[in-house]
Design a protein around this ligand. Structure first.
Ligand SMILES: Nc1ncnc2c1ncn2[C@@H]1O[C@H](COP(=O)(O)OP(=O)(O)OP(=O)(O)O)[C@@H](O)[C@H]1O
Length: 353
């Protein structure tokens, strides 16, 4: 390669100078390009589209964004939720699983309006769980969410019949008594018990019902005010596996036929086979999800496929499965291969020792 003469160098310099001057002088022209080759129009478009980007979770019924919950007990701080993200779409039926102490109940109590996050944001059906007034919180707990707890004693009044238990939340809604309203409430209670297959038990008290029957009445109670979301904490914890399957079926009924979004916290290992989406919580964050799909073949046979995903948080962090990290000796630093359609994460190949 020949070395340029000083004139040639000057010429090159002049040419560069001219092009820089041209760029500078045309900076106000919308069609000219910036040094990176992007036109100003394109840049403006990018800025505008970022500004107009929909709010996180705008189309979800539950949107948790970096939720933190810190408990202080005996001068020790426990971070039960450490920036948890979760989106649940309208009409979803999901299970939340995780080891003991991972933060499931803390999250459920927040979604139930019984506890308030220390930081982050959380909305359910448009209600902001951090800023609700006590009055709004009461309305939220009566109308927006319904609960089913593990202990049936917490779900049902022992001295009321099944039908009266279901009518009670409607009565507590603050409407003045009238014969017409009482009739409508009784009719709705009857409909809900029928939808859950226990219409014939309407006049029994909880003590005259089996554990599974009590939980089905509890689901009807949770649905009484037609909430947007039903939250259940270990609803099958005290039931045998056959009865537990019936309870999951009851949740599917309220989800499919009555349109409620359902979130079930459970330890039950068979849950992944019962719901479409299972979200695992680890160390106060959503860590992974299993999505289950039933595909009907042309000949009518049904195949179920399951796929596991790890969560990508809003800052780009992922939680990789601990067992794999241990097995592959991955810690502190990993090698990353970037490809057009995927990112491969491999053990650190420069590690010493
Ligand atoms: N009121 C509280 N005061 C102090 N620490 C708490 C409180 N509630 C929960 N924690 C702590 O927060 C963490 C998460 O607890 P949480 O009950 O949400 O877990 P979990 O996943 O529901 O567990 P389990 O499956 O055993 O019910 C735990 O370390 C727990 O000890």
């Amino acid at each position: 390669m020949s070395t340029p003469t000083s004139d040639e160098r000057r010429g090159t310099k002049r040419a560069q100078g001219n092009s820089e001057a041209a760029e500078a002088s045309s900076a106000s022209s919308s069609s000219s390009s910036t040094p990176s080759g992007v036109t100003l129009d394109e840049l403006r478009q990018r800025v505008l589209s970022t500004r107009q980007a929909p709010v996180y979770g705008h189309d979800s019924v539950i949107a948790c964004d970096r939720v933190v919950r810190i408990f202080s007990a005996e001068r020790v701080e426990v971070q039960a939720l450490q920036g948890l993200d979760l989106l649940v779409g309208k009409g979803d039926l999901i299970a939340l699983v995780g080891a003991s102490g991972s933060g499931k109940s803390t999250l459920l109590n927040i979604l139930a309006g019984l506890d308030v996050p220390s930081a982050g944001s959380a909305t359910v059906a448009g209600c902001d769980l951090l800023t609700m007034t006590p009055k709004e919180r009461l309305r939220y707990r009566r109308e927006v969410v319904g609960f089913v707890w593990q202990q049936t004693a917490r779900n049902l009044m022992p001295f009321l019949t099944a039908a009266q238990n279901v009518a009670l939340p409607m009565q507590l809604n603050g409407e003045r008594w009238s014969a017409g309203r009482a009739k409508r409430r009784a009719a709705r209670a009857g409909e809900l018990l029928a939808a859950l297959g226990i219409a014939d038990l309407a006049d029994r008290r909880p003590a005259q019902l089996s554990g599974g029957q009590q939980q089905r009445v509890a689901i009807a109670v949770a649905m009484a005010n037609n909430p947007s979301v039903v939250l259940a904490d270990e609803p099958t914890g005290e039931l045998d596996s056959e009865t537990a399957a019936e309870i999951f079926e009851a949740f599917r009924t309220v989800n499919r036929e009555l349109g409620a979004t359902v979130v079930i916290v459970t330890h039950d290992p068979m849950v992944a086979g019962e719901v479409r989406r299972t979200v695992a919580i680890r160390d106060g964050r959503t860590a992974s999800e299993v999505l289950r799909q039933t595909v009907t073949e042309a000949d009518g046979t049904e195949t179920v496929s399951e796929r596991e995903y790890v969560m990508l948080d809003r800052t780009g962090r992922v939680q990789l499965p601990r067992e794999f990290l241990n097995a592959l000796g991955m810690e502190h630093r990993v090698a990353v291969d970037l490809a057009a359609d995927h990112i491969a994460v491999r053990p650190d190949d420069q590690r010493e020792g």
